[in-house]
Design a binder for this molecule. Structure first.
Ligand code: SF4
Ligand code: SF4
Length: 130
């Protein structure tokens, strides 16, 4: 299960993800993180059964948490199979099938948004704003 976590970085505060791992014992896979001196956003992947405890722990540390149930979604009616998304995706989400039509491995997506910017036909979208 993927969670999008937003948090502020207070001076002296321990790294929030590391703190959650330490306190819960649950291993967290950080798929994407943007952190500056004052705030951060991280996309994490956790076991489904640990969702409740991780969400509660993050909330207790002041983070806001959103469950992301989907990766990027392809609108096949708009796609022209140009392949622009294939080259920009860092996680090999897109591939051509044997008919040279674009296909999506949704579970690999880390919602970086690069393919949405690159698609000339606006054929890619996400169900949640991010
Ligand atoms: S960039 Fe857009 S139009 Fe081109 S293959 Fe990808 S989804 Fe289809
Ligand atoms: S959002 Fe990023 S990881 Fe997901 S399919 Fe697009 S380029 Fe790949």
């Amino acid at each position: 299960m993927k969670l999008l976590v937003n948090f502020s970085k207070k001076a002296g505060q321990k790294p929030i993800i590391a703190q959650v791992v330490k306190d819960t014992g649950v291993l967290i896979n950080v798929e994407r993180a943007i952190i500056d001196s004052s705030e951060g956003e991280a996309l994490i992947d956790i076991p489904d059964e640990s969702c409740k405890i991780i969400k509660e722990k993050l909330a207790s540390l002041g983070a806001t948490v959103r469950v992301l149930e989907h990766g990027i979604i392809l609108d096949e009616t708009e796609c022209v199979d140009c392949g622009a998304c294939v080259s920009v995706c860092p996680h090999e989400v897109f591939y051509f099938d044997d008919q040279w039509a674009i296909r999506v491995r949704e579970g690999r997506c880390v919602l970086c948004g690069r393919c949405m910017d690159a698609c000339p036909h606006h054929a890619l979208y996400h169900k949640d704003e991010f």
